[in-house]
Design a protein around this ligand. Structure first.
Ligand SMILES: Cc1cc2nc3c(=O)[nH]c(=O)nc-3n(C[C@H](O)[C@H](O)[C@H](O)COP(=O)(O)O)c2cc1C
Length: 364
């Protein structure tokens, strides 16, 4: 088995986020918004794979965000998605984003091992503890006070299924299980590369204990530097080394003015306003995935890319921003655009060579 892409040589790694869901990360009405048809997703996964992107990361969504488009209602389930993409890609890591409360750990352990075998050791696990009450209602579940305590039990069960020679009983607060076992173990030992998507201090502590990387948002690159120091300190207390990945939405055009004009068009003029209201209020009430000030200052960022950091500009500007993010200590970022199939080729052609020049990535 070759090295998992997330353990590969590039100093600053790149992923594609949320291609499995309609609209991608946007809440916009523009006609070219991402339709997330499976055949186009396959084309994008293959394009990213050929260009040397390290990972393909789906969003986990069960319900849309209302408004005119009801964005994300159309989204593909992430284990079956990763397994299907295994057969049509060669090198890229295929993550599954998995909701702790909705997906039983015994099932998750088996599904993740399946993806790891199907992909020749390219699976990844992105743990999400959930925040949308409407999604919990669909499953007849109540949100628990301490989502990360449940997350730790969930993660321990999966880890023990992979490592235990003998069946085991588990007697926790959230799970009481008898005679648990499961084979095969994944190809990756002790388990597939694991991210935890969170922002809050308890989320960071969970990542420090259970994940290889925190997957998190930031408002500006300097603030990101502080977040990285904070997670490193939390990880050091557990004797572990935990890196930080982040996530950006992007408009890359030949000139700064063209990029900004398109950003204004899709994220302001053509914003799906009711869905942005719905998304922002539910997210603020039920998570701390963003700095509190982000909700006040950055409505455009929520329409443009779910509150992630905007990379908007010419190829040079975007490369400069990515270089600053690498210097701040991020291990890498995901990028999301309005239409992955139409827009990624320009990024691949114009920005990736600048990152190679800067010594952040090897030429493909
Ligand atoms: C970068 C990032 C990506 C996330 N992706 C998802 C997702 O795909 N599905 C989901 O339900 N929650 C997602 N979340 C939400 C988290 O899993 C978590 O439930 C939420 O952030 C609340 O926890 P926190 O307050 O500790 O951040 C994401 C959060 C972040 C920061």
């Amino acid at each position: 088995m070759s090295l998992h892409p997330m353990r590969g040589p590039n100093r600053f790694k790149l992923g594609v986020f949320s291609a499995n869901a309609d609209g991608g990360l946007t809440l916009t009405k523009v006609p070219e918004r991402w339709p997330a048809t499976f055949s186009e997703i396959v084309e994008v996964a293959q394009m990213a794979d050929r260009a040397g992107f390290e990972f393909f990361l789906p969003i986990a969504r069960w319900k849309g965000f209302g408004g005119e488009m009801n964005s994300r209602e159309w989204s593909f389930e992430t284990f079956t998605y990763a397994a299907a993409l295994s057969g049509v890609t060669k090198n890229i890591a295929l993550f599954s984003t998995v909701h702790v409360p909705m997906v039983h750990p015994v099932y998750a352990a088996k599904a993740l091992a399946t993806v790891d075998h199907a992909s020749g050791g390219r699976a990844g696990l992105n743990i999400v503890c959930g925040w949308s009450p409407e999604e919990f209602d669909m499953f007849g579940l109540k949100m628990v006070d301490d989502r990360y305590a449940q997350g730790l039990e969930w993660f321990e069960i999966i880890s023990r299924i992979y490592s235990s020679a003998e069946p085991f009983d588990f007697d926790g607060k959230f799970y009481q299980l008898k005679n648990v076992s499961g084979r095969p173990a994944p190809l990756q030992a002790p388990r597939p590369v694991t991210l935890n998507a969170a922002f809050s201090p308890p989320g960071r502590d969970f990542a420090a204990k259970a994940a290889d990387y925190l997957f998190t948002t930031f408002t500006d690159i300097e603030a990101g530097r502080g977040q990285i120091a904070d997670i490193s300190a939390r990880a050091a207390k557990t004797g572990r080394d935990v890196g930080v990945y982040t996530t950006c939405h992007m408009v890359c055009r030949p000139t700064q003015a063209e990029a900004e004009a398109y950003y204004e068009y899709y994220a302001v003029q053509q914003q799906d306003t009711a869905s942005v209201d719905h998304y922002m209020s539910a997210k603020e009430a039920n998570s701390t995935s963003h700095d509190p000030e982000a909700y006040r200052l950055y409505r455009k960022r929520f329409a443009g890319g779910a509150g992630t950091y905007p990379l908007v500009g010419s190829p040079n500007h975007i490369a400069d921003e990515l270089i600053k993010m690498a210097a701040a200590g991020f291990a890498g970022t995901t990028v999301s655009v309005v239409n992955f199939k139409n827009e990624l080729p320009y990024f691949i052609e114009k920005v990736l060579p600048l990152l190679v020049e800067a010594g952040l990535r090897e030429a493909v």
